[in-house]
Design a binder for this molecule. Structure first.
Ligand SMILES: Nc1ncnc2c1ncn2[C@@H]1O[C@H](COP(=O)(O)OP(=O)(O)O)[C@@H](O)[C@H]1O
Ligand SMILES: [Mg+2]
Length: 246
């Protein structure tokens, strides 16, 4: 996927000024940025969610310009989103949504590998509950990422998959994301505030979204350490000086 000079408005306000990056097969990039910098907006604009108006720029996916395509078309092409705050879906059982993600009917059985994943994500006890209704933050995230893995996307846009997630669950979620990326050749953009997830995924670049623009594209652990030490502004000032720019 290639995002070229993306400029995005939300409610007549310019949120993303000029964002460019590329994701090759099997690559994971990690996106940092302060609250409100537009990380969720970037994911939403790439996915084609309503309200995010692409003023200029292009999104190229597997050689095709998808900038004008609907959210459904983009999803069918293989763009998958793990939402920051997955909503409650009343009246729909998790088991049925998971089967839908797999392209199965409600009468179809899960395969052994699918059951392994459900158990690994510790979601057996949730299958007959309504999606996310009464789930804790971490339980929602586990259910969300499992749905996404079952959809088998070509690009995963993961919006804070680690926020609100306990240490054990983070290891499980991030480990399975890494496994999927390695086995499928898919790629991922992972929004995070924390460095812990970097222990379980092999991210190629870390970058910072600030004032509507993306900076850096350097070693993700180093970007995280620099942010902790210098703050976002300090981090980009230092790293803009050069070295291994993308
Ligand atoms: N529906 C909306 N209407 C108006 N402003 C919004 C809406 N959603 C988000 N924003 C604003 O857009 C900016 C970027 O938000 P967001 O993309 O969610 O940031 P991040 O994910 O980096 O925290 C913020 O200032 C936020 O308040
Ligand atoms: Mg966000």
């Amino acid at each position: 996927m290639e995002v070229k000079n993306l400029r995005v408005e939300l409610e007549d306000r310019l949120i993303l000024e000029d964002v460019s990056f590329g994701l090759r097969s099997s690559e994971i990039h990690v996106l940092f940025g302060p609250n409100g910098s537009g990380k969720t907006s970037l994911i939403s604009a790439i996915a084609g969610l309503p309200g995010y108006r692409i003023v200029s720029g292009r999104i190229i996916f597997m050689g095709e310009d998808i900038t004008g395509k609907s959210v459904e078309e983009r999803a069918r092409l293989g763009i998958g989103v793990g939402f920051q705050t997955p909503p409650e879906v009343t009246g729909v059982k998790l088991v049925d949504l998971l089967k839908l993600c797999l392209g199965k009917g409600s009468e179809d059985e899960f395969s052994a590998e699918e059951i392994r994943l459900i158990e690994h994500f510790r979601l057996q006890g949730f299958l007959n509950r309504e999606v996310n209704v009464g789930f804790s933050g971490g339980e929602r995230k586990r259910a969300e990422i499992l749905q996404l893995l079952f959809l088998k996307p070509k690009v995963m846009l993961l919006d804070e998959p680690d926020s609100g997630v306990d240490v054990e669950s983070l290891k499980i979620i991030a480990g399975e994301i890494q496994r999927y990326i390695e086995s499928s050749g898919a790629s991922a953009l992972v929004v995070t505030h924390k460095g812990d997830i970097l222990d379980y995924i092999k991210a190629k670049y870390g970058c910072v979204l600030l004032n509507g623009k993306l900076y850096c594209f350097m070693n993700p652990k180093r970007v995280y350490e620099d942010i902790k030490r210098e703050g976002y502004e300090g981090c980009i000032k230092c790293q803009m000086k050069g070295e291994e720019k993308w």
